[in-house]
Design a protein around this ligand. Structure first.
Ligand SMILES: Nc1nc2c(c(=O)[nH]1)N[C@H]1C(S)=C(S)[C@@H](COP(=O)(O)OP(=O)(O)OC[C@H]3O[C@@H](n4cnc5c(N)ncnc54)[C@H](O)[C@@H]3O)O[C@H]1N2
Ligand code: MOO
Length: 341
């Protein structure tokens, strides 16, 4: 910051707002902090009594906040994200397509660890619609050293994309519903309709549902049949917990499921299983998914449809934010459930 005569101010950046007061007419900001002084501003500044100004010098070592915010935003934005024009030093990132927001959290932390660089986002793995704001970028002061922005750009390059919107693939889903009570017609299946509604809402479709007894070989056969029929994802329902009749995990293993996790730190949904047969995800859903509005299923399904291949660590990380507090009325997704990573 330095003081210069106003006659030499063209192209310099004001360090603070400049106020104009004309009694009975105007009392407010005539020039905004950060304004780049134009030739025609000089006479107005003189009329406001400003023969000298505090200005920032913008050169190759120092960058104005609007330019800095734009360069940060460009470094962070990946596929499916568009940028807004800078307003008061802030550039926003918006979803260009519907899908799931995916953020590289390590890179986000690294960026924000650069002093005076700000990138604030909504949570990763959220479903977003077109035009939804997913992040905002700015710098703390009016100007920032250019080398800090260069560092941001390096991180952006190395961790590309720091943020992206992944479209949801339309998958053909095969359902295996287990339970002697349903198989023998003692009660009517209520799991199928719940899943059908949720799967359809996300742009996928139920290929076929097979209802089987609590028998490992029947579950195994049903899974294989559905895969032969072209299922790109398998969901099994029920039989996931502790009774002697709860054999679904064994059925998934028997069908060749490579188990990523049996048990997840999410309530409701702790008796969940995730496995893969080749690249086909196999989800074992416990009974709670049928009657609770929001469960582990709602946290996992966007990621599967967005093409994430989940590992054990992804499941373990669900613990933070994994407790549904069963609010009345339910506010999900506008709550802490599933927001830990
Ligand atoms: N001692 C323990 N008990 C329970 C545990 C536990 O860890 N220790 N886990 C609990 C959790 S968590 C859940 S969730 C439930 C349910 O787990 P399951 O997946 O084994 O569910 P089922 O036993 O198969 O069924 C429970 C209930 O839901 C009815 N059901 C199941 N499928 C259907 C269907 N397709 N249509 C209609 N109704 C269905 C079933 O008849 C049972 O009434 O276990 C807790 N218990
Ligand atoms: O975890 Mo059950 O699978 O919570 O209700």
């Amino acid at each position: 910051m330095r003081v210069i005569p106003v006659w030499e101010a063209e192209g310099t950046v004001l360090c603070h707002d400049i106020t104009e007061i004309i009694p009975g007419k105007v009392a407010g900001r005539a020039f905004k902090k950060g304004h780049v002084v134009k030739k025609e501003d000089i006479s107005k500044l003189l009329k406001l009594g400003k023969e000298h100004l505090y200005v920032w010098e913008v050169n190759q070592n120092v960058m104005h906040e609007n330019d800095a915010a734009m360069r940060i935003a460009k470094a962070v934005a990946g596929p499916g994200i568009i940028l807004t024009a800078p307003i008061e030093g802030k550039v926003e990132l918006k979803a260009q397509i519907p899908g799931m927001l995916k953020i590289n959290l390590d890179a986000l932390e690294e960026l924000n660890d650069i002093n005076e660089v700000i990138v604030a986002s909504i949570h990763s793995h959220q479903l977003v619609s077109v035009g939804e704001i997913v992040a905002g970028c700015r710098v703390v002061p009016l100007v920032i050293e250019a080398n800090k922005i260069n560092n941001v750009e390096n991180i952006g390059r190395l961790s590309f994309p720091v943020m992206e919107i992944k479209p949801l693939k339309p998958l053909k889903v095969g359902i295996v519903t287990t339970g002697s009570e349903v198989y023998h017609g003692r009660i009517q299946d209520q799991f199928g309709p719940v899943l059908d509604k949720k799967i359809t809402a996300l742009g996928s479709r139920v290929l076929r549902q097979i209802i089987v007894d609590d028998a490992i070989d029947m579950i195994d056969n049903a899974i294989k049949t559905l895969i032969q029929d072209g299922a790109e994802m398998i969901i099994t329902t029920g039989g996931m917990s502790v009774d002697p009749d709860d054999v679904t995990p064994a059925g998934i293993r028997s069908a060749g499921g490579r188990v990523v996790a049996y048990g997840a730190p999410v309530l409701p949904g702790s008796m969940f299983m995730l496995a893969y047969i080749g690249s086909i995800p196999v989800l074992g859903l416990p009974g709670c998914v049928m009657y609770r509005k929001t469960t582990i299923f709602d946290l996992i399904i966007p990621r599967i449809l967005a093409g994430d291949e989940l590992n054990r660590k992804d499941i373990v990380r669900l613990a933070h934010g994994g407790l549904c507090t069963n609010c009345d009325p339910c506010q999900y997704p506008h709550c802490a459930f599933g927001k830990g990573n």
